[in-house]
Write a protein that binds this ligand. Structure first.
Ligand code: GLU
Length: 493
């Protein structure tokens, strides 16, 4: 199958480490946006050739995490129920299933004299590095096996001797690399090693597998983190040696902590899934992450995924590292929660469902709890703590029932009048009516709001800070509210 030249194909190629790093989420998102805005294809490929780092279940976790953010792949690996499967004509899309492809190409490079078997032991290499370091040289493979007779090499292999395959670097040349963000970078081949492309266990290194895959999968844009920029010259040499056309490269600037240190690797701090666990909304995270390094060039900050697809541009990515600021993320999340609740838009039901997780045993009240606190929270997990007083009235200090500018007599009077009035309500137990009743009590009895609203609010919540008394009254309903009000009065005698 041939792909029309201008058909954009991007890919996200994570190593399944067991979680999706927040930087990985940004890389995946950018790859997704570039594909979608060009009517192209977004591929998910798994780079799992580092067997030492194998984590069971990590592929499923990775796909689930991406799916939770709405970044579903068009091609490559995906989930069918809880089973990993794949779709597309350029598979397999999991590198450990492509080992034979890499081995055949590595051997072809040997046949073309572009690569060679290297039998150097780890001990020899370590000694070499030490000598080089002692002589103040940059450690580098010395080409000891570079000119080994191929016949001798195959004899040694037959006797079971272990060997890696190294790529032959032509000395004294320049490698010109082009990156969309960093521009042209030229590197001398003399500064490069004859790097390993196939390990002694028959597995490819990242460099070989990555280049072959991007060629085979007809990737048009390689979008990845800046940490891979130093590998680019090796990749360019491989593209040339294999006779492949190189795709466009886009290396994304690092994500930084506010103190400009590299974003902490401690899993709890950077795993995208953990943010969802804490009650950040996927769409808020996507929105925030999109702006890490990309500047839309306008004042607009809130972007739906559809708006991002339209507005995103690789030309507007900053070269300098982007700061991952949790306070700013909180602001975005709070903004999303507020907007969804006030507009009751098509994300409203999903938000209610997400909130249920933080209200165990009270799932049926999730919508009401959300209404009560949506303008007071940054993330949904705060609902658990904030809503506690609704289910069980906390112990409280009775003296606090009396507002600073009130008196015990007026407080008692306010509570008693409210109790009487509220007990008579048959219908209309709702905000506006409740508010009117309390205001009437204030004005008809020569009281102040502090004599009425404050003690009611405190009697209902037992807290220094809470939503307004009428909001709590509405939430608790008549029976529970009257119970709490009479308890307060009994405490005041
Ligand atoms: N497997 C690499 C990673 O997990 C991705 C490199 C690439 O996208 O080329 O970071």
């Amino acid at each position: 199958m041939t792909i029309p030249k201008n058909n954009t194909r991007t890919r996200f190629a994570p190593s399944p480490t067991g979680y999706l790093h927040i930087g990985g989420l940004r890389t995946a998102l950018y790859a997704y946006l570039v594909a979608k805005q060009n009517g192209g294809v977004y591929i998910l490929r798994i780079e799992d050739t580092d067997q030492d780092r194998f984590v069971p279940g990590a592929v499923e976790k990775m796909i689930t995490a991406l799916d939770n953010f709405g970044l579903h792949s068009d091609e490559g690996v995906m989930l069918d129920g809880d089973k990993v499967t794949s779709r597309g004509d350029f598979g397999p899309y999991i590198q450990s299933e492509r080992i034979k492809i890499y081995q055949a190409i590595a051997e072809q490079l040997i046949a073309e004299n572009k690569a060679y078997y290297c039998f150097c032991t780890e001990t020899r290499l370590e000694e070499l590095r030490e000598t080089q370091r002692a002589n103040k040289q940059v450690p580098k493979y010395d080409g000891f096996c570079r000119n080994l007779d191929p016949l001798e090499a195959s004899k040694r292999l037959k006797t079971g001797e272990k060997a890696v395959i190294r790529y032959k670097i032509t000395p004294n040349e320049q490698v010109v690399c082009n990156d969309k963000i960093y521009g042209q970078i030229t590197v001398k081949t003399d500064d490069l090693d004859d790097f390993i492309i196939l390990k002694s266990d028959g597995f490819p290194t990242y460099h070989l597998a990555n280049v072959i895959d991007d060629h085979d999968m007809q990737t048009t844009h390689v979008i990845r983190g800046e940490e891979w920029l130093p590998s680019l010259p090796k990749h360019i040499l491989l593209y040339q040696g294999l006779g492949y056309t190189a795709p466009e490269f886009v290396h994304l600037p690092l994500l930084l902590n506010p103190d400009r240190s590299k974003l902490s690797k401690r899993q709890g701090d950077v795993a995208a899934e953990d943010f969802l666990q804490h009650g950040y909304l996927p769409q808020a995270l996507i929105n925030y992450v999109a702006l890490l390094g990309w500047n839309p060039g306008t004042e607009q900050e809130i972007f739906s995924i559809e708006e991002l697809i339209k507005a995103f541009s690789l030309d507007k990515i900053n070269k300098s590292g982007a700061i991952f600021d949790r306070q700013k993320l909180d602001w975005f999340n709070a903004e999303y929660i507020r907007q969804i609740v006030s507009s009751k838009n098509d994300q409203y039901q999903a938000l209610i469902n997400l909130s249920k997780k933080y209200l165990p045993q009270h799932e049926d009240r999730a919508e009401d709890v959300l209404k009560l606190f949506s303008s007071r929270i940054n993330k949904l997990e705060e609902l658990t703590e904030l809503s506690k007083f609704l289910w069980v009235l906390p112990e409280y200090d009775t003296t606090k029932l009396v507002f600073k500018k009130s008196t015990p007599e007026n407080t008692k009077k306010g509570l008693q009048l409210a109790q009487e009035k509220l007990a008579t309500i048959k219908e209309d137990w709702e905000l506006e009516n409740l508010n009117k009743i309390l205001l009437d009590i204030v004005s008809a009895n020569n009281l102040t709001p502090g004599d009425v609203f404050w003690p009611i609010r405190f009697a209902l919540s037992g807290l220094d800070k809470s939503p307004s008394p009428v909001e709590i009254l509405e939430f608790l309903g008549q029976e529970e509210s009257l119970k709490r009000l009479s308890l307060a009065q009994s405490k005041l005698v």
